[in-house]
Design a binder for this molecule. Structure first.
Ligand SMILES: Cc1cc2nc3c(=O)[nH]c(=O)nc-3n(C[C@H](O)[C@H](O)[C@H](O)COP(=O)(O)OP(=O)(O)OC[C@H]3O[C@@H](n4cnc5c(N)ncnc54)[C@H](O)[C@@H]3O)c2cc1C
Length: 487
């Protein structure tokens, strides 16, 4: 253990208690990566604070000693944002899991950062409310992690990302001060520091208390599955639905390869011969949902759907979602290894980008399965390859990188919802000019002049460039445990 860290240990024990400080090398290794296990680093020391005061005292100590710190929630991130620093302190929020307040009258909840996303909805449900952002890792991922990544989910088309649901934060700054940004009221004057903190990936400090908006649980939810011969026909159904003013809660699409994988894994029974399936979910007041549902069904048929299935009851709806929700894990059935890419393009660019991905796949001989949030253009291409075949993983990594180039070329971004972290930091210059990046660095330095908060994340450093994206073999461990879905 580096000397500055060794000197900190007794003080960290005074702050967090003996059982709140992990120095044993085997136990520290438990925290060596987040959900993107390709990047791993044993943390110098791990602390498990239980209160804002403890977090602030730990961070103050780091600031005084010039030691870096990395915040970590549940460690489900997919961009190595919580990758530890071997010379630093990993601050894990898993013991800060208190729901401070559910306030149905003001439609707000106040929670500690380690609370799992789904717990907010569980606590609000008896009052007829829920918390809208729904990453598929929601059973385990923390609200603090969601804030840092500005996480989304299948229903973000209608309800927006985390940033649209956070109203107030208590933050421990990189100097160890406790500050409040925003609160229960809807809008605060001055610069939008709340918006800046959401999505900052742990580089501006540690969120220690979070105030979120609660929404009334919808009166009715209906889901339809439409099968098309081609992706183009499915894509044109999406365009007609959105341009007709129908606002679904979710619009998801799968291509033939991902349907094949889902069929092999969970026998989802999607219509045979489909080149694309579209899942459309509507929610809201019953009368509106019924009217819009009929409209969306008609538009799917007009776009060429050869079969449309509809579901109203939770069990029927779950049957429709089954294939879509299993798609990521399912590709393990049809490919020994794969890369899950995450990029986003304006929705109207989807047909062109999907066509170019098909060309990239044909030219390289690397298969790409497309599963995506069609309503908001968030692509999750699954780049399939056999890692036993010489050169295949390099070709797959190249295809995966070129897909992100396509996203940028079409006015999109290198990440739709999984963040930059370490994994995509070296792709930031492809999207931003040196002046842009310098400005971002200045902004970051205004909060953290010493550069101790989650160093080497989000902004590129020469050391990081050239590393390969995360390659996966088989199902993600959280999905295998049944603790998370990935879709
Ligand atoms: C199976 C699976 C499915 C997924 N599905 C989705 C999905 O549908 N949509 C989606 O958007 N993402 C998804 N993800 C990615 C991941 O779950 C999200 O990014 C999530 O928000 C991370 O939360 P976490 O608590 O695990 O954060 P961690 O992985 O622990 O940390 C993520 C980042 O947040 C920072 N951080 C953590 N806590 C704090 C805090 N209190 N204050 C400041 N910074 C902090 C860390 O430093 C790091 O940069 C999925 C991941 C898996 C494994």
């Amino acid at each position: 253990m580096p000397r500055p860290l060794t000197a900190l240990i007794p003080r960290l024990r005074e702050i967090c208690g003996d059982d709140g400080v992990i120095t044993d090398p085997h136990r520290r290794r438990t925290y060596e990566s987040d959900g993107l296990t390709y990047h791993a680093n044993t943390p110098g020391v791990v602390v498990l604070p239980t209160s804002t005061e403890q977090v602030a005292a730990v961070v103050r100590l780091c600031a005084e000693a010039g030691v870096p710190f990395v915040p970590r929630g549940a460690g489900t991130g997919l961009s190595a944002g919580a990758l530890p620093d071997s010379d630093g302190v990993l601050v894990v929020t898993s013991r800060m899991r208190r729901i401070v307040e559910i306030d149905p009258a003001d439609e707000r909840a106040v929670v500690q950062p380690g609370v799992a996303n789904l717990e907010v909805t569980r606590a609000a449900a008896p009052h007829g409310y829920y918390y809208a952002p729904d990453p598929s890792s929601q059973q385990v991922c923390s609200v603090g992690g969601n804030i840092a990544e500005n996480s989304g989910g299948a229903h973000c088309l209608k309800y927006g990302f985390t940033v649209n649901h956070v109203l107030g934060l208590e933050v421990v700054t990189p100097q160890g001060e406790v500050v409040r940004i925003g609160g229960k009221a809807a809008d605060a004057p001055g610069y939008d520091l709340l918006g800046a903190f959401v999505g900052s990936e742990g580089t501006l400090g540690i969120a220690t208390e979070i105030t979120v908006r609660l929404l009334r649980a919808p009166q009715k939810v209906r889901t339809l599955l439409a099968a098309f011969e081609t992706m183009d026909a499915g894509g044109s159904a999406v365009s007609s639905i959105i341009s007709a003013g129908v606002l679904p809660a979710a619009v998801e699409m799968m291509d033939a390869l991902s349907i094949e994988a889902a069929e092999a894994a969970v026998a989802c029974g999607y219509p045979p011969g489909a080149g694309a399936v579209l899942i459309v979910e509507l929610d809201g007041p019953a009368a509106d949902v019924d009217a819009q549902f009929e409209h969306a069904t008609r538009l799917c048929r007009e776009a060429g759907a050869f079969e449309v299935r509809t579901a109203d009851e939770p069990a029927e709806r779950a049957r429709i979602w089954k294939g879509r929700k299993s798609a990521f894990a399912a590709v393990g059935r049809i490919s020994p290894a794969y890369i899950v890419q995450d990029g986003v393009v304006p929705r109207t660019a989807l047909p062109e980008v999907l066509g170019r991905i098909a060309e990239l796949s044909a030219d390289s001989g690397i298969r790409v399965a497309n599963v995506f949030h069609a309503g908001d253009g968030n692509l999750h291409p699954l780049v399939l390859f056999d890692d036993a075949e010489p050169g295949a993983s390099e070709r797959a990594a190249e295809v995966s990188g070129k897909i992100l180039d396509l996203c940028i070329e079409h006015g999109g971004s290198i990440t739709g919802e999984h963040g930059v972290g370490v994994d995509k930091a070296c792709q930031m210059p492809e999207m931003f000019s040196p002046a842009d990046l310098e400005t971002m660095d200045l902004f970051r330095s205004a909060f953290d002049p010493a550069g101790l908060a989650n160093p080497d994340k989000l902004l590129p450093t020469p050391r990081l460039c050239g590393e390969r994206p995360g390659i996966r073999k088989g199902v993600h461990p959280l999905v295998a445990e049944g603790a998370a879905e990935q879709f």
